[in-house]
Design a binder for this molecule. Structure first.
Ligand code: PNS
Length: 161
């Protein structure tokens, strides 16, 4: 489909769950922006440069995916990029209320902007960046949770936390 979509998030750091949603979106749409939020109420562990670098390496095999960063509101940024829809992964019922609220708010701010939810695959249902940070910083094995090509860098970085 020749549409442009955006996968926004904190990506602190990228997980296999994120990569699954990005990969599936890249097969369905012409262009996929992966937009990393610069500032959020959450204090990120990885800097914006680190998060973008890890993502760039993780999506290297996907030619229609571009990593960008944004600060402030997502809806006007989508207008600026000519984005047709936001694509988000939905892991569990617990994600739904927050995601639903954001989808409605974004639609109010930019009525042309749709939000599309992809259900997480069974391996990613439980997965989150917070879990990766907690397990990794305590020396646990995160190889089932993050893309192989960025695994060592994430491990090293979490050790120095
Ligand atoms: O990975 P996250 O932290 O769940 O991603 C949340 C994100 C970045 C998608 C969301 O916080 C966001 O869009 N922030 C930008 C601010 C904004 O547009 N807020 C209005 C929507 S309620």
């Amino acid at each position: 489909m020749n549409k442009t979509v955006i996968c926004p998030g904190s990506f602190d750091p990228v997980t296999l769950g994120h990569l699954d949603v990005i990969t599936r979106a890249s097969k369905m749409f012409g262009k996929v922006y992966v937009a990393v939020l610069v500032n959020s109420s959450k204090q990120p562990c990885f800097s914006i440069e680190e998060r973008m670098e890890l993502l760039n390496d993780a999506v290297r095999g996907l030619p229609n995916v571009e990593i960008v960063s944004f600060d402030g509101l997502l809806a006007p940024y989508c207008k600026e990029l000519g984005v047709d829809a936001i694509v988000k992964g939905l892991r569990a019922v617990s994600d739904f209320e927050y995601e639903f609220q954001m989808a409605i708010a974004n639609k109010k701010l930019n009525p042309d902007l749709e939000t599309i939810f992809l259900t997480a695959d069974s391996d990613s249902m439980y997965l989150s960046s917070s879990m990766v940070k907690e397990i990794g910083s305590m020396g646990g094995d995160i190889s089932n949770f993050v893309p192989e090509c960025v695994h060592d860098r994430i491990v090293e970085r979490l050790k120095s936390r």
